[in-house]
Unconditional design. Structure first.
Length: 71
């Protein structure tokens, strides 16, 4: 999160929506890289709700951007 925030500030592009999307992508990549392949740990079952909230937030951002372009 801090690395994302640092580069957004460095590029003078501090946008909360972009920050959310980049952190969501980083979180999803981190979850996939830390999950073992041979079995499904219990903590990954609980993470599906966090991922679901992130995907819903991402969908809301996309819908807002589409409505901004159309309208």
């Amino acid at each position: 999160m801090f690395i994302t925030l640092f580069f957004l500030i460095l590029g003078n592009n501090l946008d909360p929506e972009l920050f959310f999307v980049l952190n969501l992508i980083g979180f999803l990549v981190l979850v996939e890289l830390t999950t073992p392949f041979h079995f499904k740990p219990e903590w990954k079952n609980r993470l599906k709700w966090v991922v679901l909230v992130g995907v819903i937030g991402f969908s809301i951002i996309i819908i807002k951007k589409i409505m901004l372009i159309i309208g």
